[in-house]
Ligand binder design. Structure first.
Ligand code: SAH
Length: 250
């Protein structure tokens, strides 16, 4: 049986970061229910689909999850192939289980296609591996915000990557210090990873609050510890705008 609903990770930015499998699902789709953060160029990959925006953009009000679930069910009952397109990877802070449960309750067949999560796109953009031989053996992905809007931080992995921290960098720095990270710990802040206008900045932990203005209003990840340090030698980087133009050439 082919899946009626395919959850597709769009990747963090430019349309060409989607997987081939995800692009093929888009090409088959009759309906696409999409997060607002995905690249509009992805629409061209779904020429036959009705495109419905359901997701949140930044920190604005989001369509309530119950509404998204109801929309998914409605389209899954009538269309042969519905794609639920999510930013990054659907399994990382993507509310995937709620949507899978809603579909499972109706016995609707689903498939999940992975995508490039923001942490990995940030590491690629800055050419800073998240794991380092001899220093970085583990990586943690955390949300900086709890459900009731509290800021939390921890020190369990050699490299900790925090999602959803952009607006709370001062508070995050404080919680990181409370969790035992020294004041001079390297922190790398990356916003709009995977987009042509990606921005990366470096801070000591106790000066992290200064990054707030630079990255304001942009989706941002905060990388703390081993993976935040620049490698001893760095390759010259192509201008991302140039790279994008090159990938768009036929
Ligand atoms: N499923 C997504 C995460 C969704 S939660 C993924 O796998 O990447 C939304 C958070 O992801 C944002 O608050 C931000 O912290 C992070 N994020 C999403 N896109 C990003 C990007 N292009 N660059 C940096 N951070 C990003």
């Amino acid at each position: 049986m082919t899946a009626r609903v395919v959850f597709v990770g769009a990747g963090p930015g430019a349309a060409d970061l989607i997987t081939l499998r995800g692009a093929r699902a888009l090409a088959r789709a009759e309906v696409v229910l999409s997060d607002a953060l995905v690249d509009p160029a992805l629409r061209e990959m779904a020429p036959n689909a009705r495109w419905v925006h359901v997701g949140k953009r930044g920190f604005e009000d989001s369509t309530r999850q119950a509404t998204i679930n109801a929309l998914l069910l409605r389209h899954a009952r009538t269309a042969q192939c519905v794609v639920r397109l999510k930013g990054g990877d659907p399994s990382v802070f993507g509310r995937l289980e709620e949507e899978l449960e809603a579909l499972a309750a109706e016995g609707i067949a689903c498939e999940v296609v992975p995508g490039v999560t923001a942490a990995l796109a940030a590491a690629a953009a800055t050419q800073r591996p998240l794991t380092r031989r001899g220093q970085g053996r583990s990586v943690g992905l955390s949300t900086a915000m709890t459900r009731d809007g509290e800021v939390r931080a921890l020190r369990r992995a050699d490299t900790e990557v925090f999602y959803m921290a952009g607006r709370q960098l001062g508070a995050l720095a404080q919680r990181l210090a409370d969790a035992g990270w020294p004041a001079d710990t390297p922190v790398n802040v990356v916003s709009r990873a995977g987009w042509p206008d990606v921005l990366s900045s470096d801070h000591a932990l106790d000066a992290l609050a200064a990054a707030a203005v630079l990255h304001a209003g942009r989706p941002t990840v905060v990388i703390v510890g081993a993976g935040a340090t620049a490698p001893a030698a760095q390759c010259p980087q192509l201008d991302p705008r140039q790279r994008r133009l090159e990938t768009l050439k036929p």
